[in-house]
Ligand binder design. Sequence first.
Ligand code: URA
Length: 234
Amino acid sequence: MFSRFERYKSGDDPAAEVAQIISSLKTSLRAMFPNKDEPLAIRMDKKTERVRTLEDIRKELGDCRRCPLHRSRTNIVFGAGNPKARLMFVGEGPGEEEDRRGEPFVGKAGQLLTRMIQAIGLQRKDVYITNVVKSRPPGNRNPLPQEIEACKPFLIMQIESIRPGVICALGKVAAQSILETDASISALRGRFQEFRGIPVMPTFHPAYLLRYPQSKGLAWKDLQAVQAELRKPG
Ligand code: URA
C-alpha cells in the first residue's frame, strides 16, 4: 500500500542540493524574463481565436510522423483523463501495453500510479495523465532529445489547455523536459518548481519505484506535498 511509504526518510546529498539550487535559479530567471506572448499564442487557435481544446490538439497531432518513433509504434498515446483536471501527471513515454492499447500508464507502472493517485484521495478520472512523447520508444529506451523536442509543442499545448493547479512530473525525462534542466531526479524531486506559473512537483517514476521500493517513502512525501498544494484555497 502506498501509505506505508511514509516510513522511509530522505538522506543528505550535497551534490543534489547544489544541482537543486542551480535548477531553481534557472526557473526563477525564466519566470523573471518570460516570453509573455508565447503561452497565449500556444493556447489560442490562430484560425478560430479560441482556446485550444484537447480534441483540437489531438487533431493537430494527427497520424504524427514528426519523428522516427512513428515507424515502430502501434498506437499514438495522446493522454487520458479529465480535461479540467486540477492535477496533471506527465510520464516519459508509452510502454508496450500502452502502445498496444493507446492509453497512458495501463501496464504495471500504471497500476502503481493508480494506487499513488488513490493514496491522495483521487481517482484516475479526476486527473489528466500524459507523457512527454506520444509514441513508444522501441524496447522502452529513453526518448532521444530530438524525439522529445518534436513532441514538446503538444505537451505544452496540453498543459496550456488544461491549466492544472499542479503538474506532477514522473521521473527524470518528464522533470528535465518540463523544467528545462539537466539536474537529476534525486536533485529535482521533493520541491515545487514552476512551469508558466503552474507548480511542478518532480517525483520518481512509478517504474523506478517498482525496481527500488525503498524510494517509495520519498515519493509519498512528494505526493503529500501535491495534495497539500491542491487543498490550498484559491
Ligand atoms: N511509463 C511511462 O512513462 N508512461 C506510460 O504511459 C507508461 C509507462
